[in-house]
Design a binder for this molecule. Sequence first.
Ligand code: NAD
Ligand code: 13P
Length: 327
Amino acid sequence: PHKSRVTVVGSGNWGSVASKLIASNTQKINSFHDEVRMWVFEETLPSGEKLAEENVKYLPGIKLPKNVVADPDLEHAVRDANMLVFVTPHQFMEGICKRLVGKIRKDAVAISLIKGMEVKREGPCMICTLISKILGISCVLMGANIANEFSEATVGYREDKEIAEKWVRLFNTPYFMVSTVEDVEGVELCGTRKNVVALAAGCNNEDWLERDEGLLKLLFPSVKDNTFFESCEVADLITTCLGGRNRRCADAFARNGGKRSFDELEAEMLQGQKLQGVSTAKEVYEVLHHRGWLELFPLFATVHEICSGRLAPSTIVEYTEHSARLP
Ligand code: NAD
Ligand code: 13P
């Protein structure tokens, strides 16, 4: 049989690490073509240099293996691949998918490592669903992994276990353990939700381990209970709330009493990397508002009101005290 060819769409912090991880496996496993293509959103650095194989901006100091080939041409990068790994900040995905219609192989399958969602008139649209709707293909991979200290993940799949296992072979290493669960929405929603909770943690909410699985099930009744025991749920929640970018920026936001905006802090602290929690909080808020559920999920509603400057960061503590007094 022909070897599978992998392209990674995205080359930020996690995109670069994921490419490195995948490339170490494609070198060893015969069923994959050695070369991993990585689409790079082309940027000219202040030095005049262009982003290339050593991702000096998003993964400084780490050389990517020789079998990772950076490609700034999106169409060219995906043309020969039958395994597509999507890993860009979520806000860019809709545009990217539209550009890819009719440009990918007919037998291509895809996986999304992206945490976030879009809100459409008809309700929330998970990124994986967006990819499926536009390109007709997809699985998800989420879990307790911060790019520079990756460790484990869960692959969520819909029906096709064989494809899920192929993704596990591509990602699994002794230092990155991957399991599977037949629940795309559950896995993705866990990853999406915890970026909002990490903002609450940064604003000194001590209840961040509160697990609002109720919201996930209300949004998508198909979400399964056993998904909550996988890496994508509590392990990722703890990892991100303790050390992620959302947590760090929210810490700084709260220390400044909300006087410096998240946009300003993101630009200064992350140097081009993107926060997903702030826009996700807004998206979750819109869904809650639209469905009349704001009072059911005050933590999520309060986080958005803090991020948008309507409430002070300290409100999150008052919220915690208030909800502790509820019967
Ligand atoms: P990042 O935060 O490093 O994002 C920057 C990337 O976006 C760069 O590659 C940049 O070139 C690109 N970019 C900027 N403007 C763009 C545009 N207009 N169009 C397309 N691309 C553009 O990215 P990341 O850390 O790889 O995160 C990607 C996804 O992976 C996110 O959803 C994130 O939540 C998720 N994730 C990240 C981590 C992590 O530790 N970094 C871990 C797990 C999951
Ligand atoms: P941050 O974007 O907060 O660093 O979280 C990364 C992540 O998704 C870890 O699973």
